[in-house]
Ligand binder design. Structure first.
Ligand SMILES: Cc1ncc(COP(=O)(O)O)c(C=O)c1O
Length: 369
């Protein structure tokens, strides 16, 4: 059988997880799986939310509208954009990964620049879509080279995977506005943002008026629902929106209605909001304890957080994947997340800090002593 090779590679992180499970079962000893990419301090408790969903309804059982169920798009407008945008500029999608793929296949740009330390899927998707791409060093580089970037697209991921750092919104906004004005397309990937920022939040509203900015969001991390495969994309460029919507149709034929109704209940009902807030509170509290602990013990690689704040759900520690593995801690070596300075990256690893604090202390204390 002749096949068309995508040029992409199967996720290295999945492979590391499989190897760790094997080591654990062979040795009979417990391993700490900090290689994962999902918040695991707690699950979201949906017990009071599920009864709010009417399973015997056409809304749940029949094909949903292609760009998403209207009441969910209205809820996204309210919760993410302060009710200030046209809900028709919001497209409900099958999660962040699929959104990025569709955005890249819809865009016609010379080159896409991705951060020096990036989520591996960016590069794999670019390869699969035969999209020319390169890395940029940091935000100063972008700021200083704006005239060279016209006609290109830039991915900004904040809080970042893999660094787990957050830049000030004002700083991001000022950079993004300059890029937008110069005709640079900004792909803002923010699936971790809403874990940390609740209540009054004007950031997406401010981005939403910029014609060259595309916002890509997901409910995988902020609501702990990676199993539901749900996210959204916002653009105020109607031509881009129309083409994206056509491609969305032929990939999804409508996005899972149950997931949409579940997220709608979480965003709008008092019981849903309580479940979401409890989940976020416990997750953020657990991560903060882990950051404080890693800092105190000297494991946090502070050099990555000189001009930004470590928030999670990841952090970079100054130990290699192999060093951590000796203490039965699973991680992903930093070289997996960069194509520049791979050699220098070898002494660091990315760990998921959205993990029970007592377990982190139990395993890292052995290394500290
Ligand atoms: C930076 C970043 N963007 C987007 C995603 C997409 O997540 P999902 O496809 O679960 O929505 C992830 C998942 O790990 C991510 O790390």
């Amino acid at each position: 059988m002749k096949i068309e090779k995508s040029g992409a590679r199967y996720s290295a992180i999945v492979g590391i997880g499989e190897k760790l499970k094997e080591l654990q079962s062979q040795s009979g000893q417990e391993y700490l799986f900090l290689n994962r990419g999902v918040p695991a301090v707690t699950l979201i408790d949906l017990s009071d939310v599920i009864p709010l969903i009417d399973f015997n309804s056409a809304e749940l059982q029949v094909y949903p509208p292609n760009n998403g169920i209207a009441k969910l798009r209205n809820a996204i407008n309210k919760y993410y954009f302060g009710n200030k945008i046209n809900p028709d500029t919001i497209f409900v999608t099958h999660g962040g990964m699929g959104t990025i793929d569709l955005v890249i296949s819809t865009l016609d740009v010379e080159e896409v620049l991705i951060p020096k330390f990036y989520w591996g899927a960016y590069r794999n998707i670019m390869n699969m879509r035969q999209q020319a791409h390169d890395s940029y060093e940091n935000y100063e580089y972008l700021e200083q080279n704006i005239p060279l970037l016209a006609g290109k697209a830039v991915i900004i991921c904040d809080p970042s995977n893999p660094l787990g750092n957050k830049f000030e919104d004002e700083q991001l906004l000022s950079l993004i506005e300059k890029l937008d004005t110069a005709g640079v397309i900004v792909l803002f990937d923010g699936p971790y943002r809403k874990l940390f920022i609740q209540g009054e939040d004007k950031f997406y509203q401010q981005l939403s008026v910029l014609p060259n900015v595309i916002i890509m969001e997901s409910f995988s991390k902020s609501l702990g629902l990676s199993g539901q495969r749900l996210g959204f994309m916002h653009t105020n460029n109607s031509e881009f929106g129309q083409e994206f919507n056509i491609r969305l149709l032929y990939v999804t034929n409508g996005v899972n209605a149950f997931a949409q109704l579940l997220v709608h209940a979480l965003l709008t009902s008092p019981k849903g909001q309580k479940a979401a807030n409890d989940f976020r509170y416990k997750t953020v509290e657990g991560m903060q304890q882990n950051i404080d602990y890693l800092r105190e013990k000297g494991f946090l690689a502070e050099e990555f957080y000189l001009d930004s704040t470590p928030v999670g759900i990841f952090a970079i520690v100054n130990k290699s994947e192999e060093e951590l593995l000796e203490f039965r801690i699973g991680s992903v070596g930093l070289p997996f997340f960069t194509s520049l300075d791979k050699e220098a990256a070898k002494k660091y690893s990315r760990i998921c800090i959205a993990t029970a604090h007592d377990k982190v202390v139990q395993f890292f204390d052995k290394m500290a002593n």
